[in-house]
Design a protein around this ligand. Structure first.
Ligand code: GAR
Length: 188
C-alpha cells in the first residue's frame, strides 16, 4: 500500500478526481488532505470521504519542520499539489525528493512562476493570443513551477474562449490525466 497526501487551497475538483480514481485501487490510498485555507471546499470533500485533513499555519509551515512529523505519522509516500498556492519550503522538498508532484494549468515554462495561478494564468494565455494551452504535471523543487516535467497535455484556445471557458477545458484535461500520472509515479 502506498499513501498519497494531497495539498490543496481551493475547491479541490482535482483532489476529488484523485480520490475517486484511487477509491477502488487497493495499492494506493489517499491518506491525508492538507489545506492552506480553513474555508477551502476541499476540506468538505475530505470530510465526505472520511479522509483526515489539516489546515496549515503559514508561519509554522515556512519556519518549522513540524509538518514532517505529521506526514511521517500518516506514512506519506507521495505529496500531490492540486491547486496548492504556497511555495513548498526547502525542508519539505529535501524530505521528499522526487516525491512531490504539482499540476499547473498551462504549458510550462510559459505562464508559470509567482502569481501565476488559477484564472490569472488563463487571462494571461488569452491576452497573449495563444492558440493552445494545456496542463503541465511536474516534480516540485523550491522554485515555483520549475521542477522536471513529467507530462503535458494540450487543448485549443479559440477566439471565443473566456478565462472561465478555458478554465473549464483545463479542468477536464486535469481530471483526465492527473490521477493516472500520479498512479504511474507512485507505483514506479
Ligand atoms: C487547477 O486548475 C490547478 O492546475 C491550478 O489550480 C486549479 C485548482 O483547481 N493550480 C495552479 O494554478 C498552481 N499554480 P481545483 O481546486 O478545482 O482542483
Amino acid at each position: 500500500m502506498r499513501n498519497i497526501c494531497i495539498f490543496a487551497s481551493g475547491g479541490g475538483t482535482n483532489a476529488e478526481a484523485i480520490i475517486q480514481f484511487f477509491s477502488d485501487k487497493p495499492l494506493v490510498n489517499v491518506c491525508l488532505i492538507v489545506s492552506s485555507r480553513k474555508d477551502a471546499y476541499v476540506l468538505k470533500r475530505a470530510e465526505n470521504h472520511h479522509i483526515p485533513s489539516l489546515v496549515l499555519d503559514r508561519s509554522a509551515f515556512r519556519e518549522t519542520e513540524n509538518l514532517l512529523e505529521t506526514l511521517k505519522e500518516h506514512a506519506v509516500d507521495l505529496i500531490v499539489l492540486a491547486g496548492f498556492m504556497w511555495l513548498v519550503p526547502t525542508y519539505l522538498v529535501a524530505a521528499y525528493p522526487n516525491k512531490i508532484v504539482n499540476i499547473h494549468p498551462a504549458l510550462l515554462p510559459k505562464y508559470g512562476g509567482k502569481g501565476m495561478y488559477g484564472s490569472h494564468v488563463h487571462e494571461a494565455v488569452i491576452s497573449a493570443g495563444e492558440k493552445k494551452s494545456g496542463i503541465t504535471i511536474h516534480y516540485v523543487n523550491e522554485h515555483y513551477d520549475e521542477g522536471a516535467i513529467i507530462v503535458q497535455a494540450t487543448c485549443e484556445v479559440t477566439p471565443e474562449d473566456t478565462p472561465e471557458s478555458l478554465a473549464e477545458k483545463i479542468h477536464q484535461l486535469e481530471h483526465q490525466h492527473f490521477p493516472r500520472v500520479i498512479e504511474g509515479v507512485i507505483l514506479r
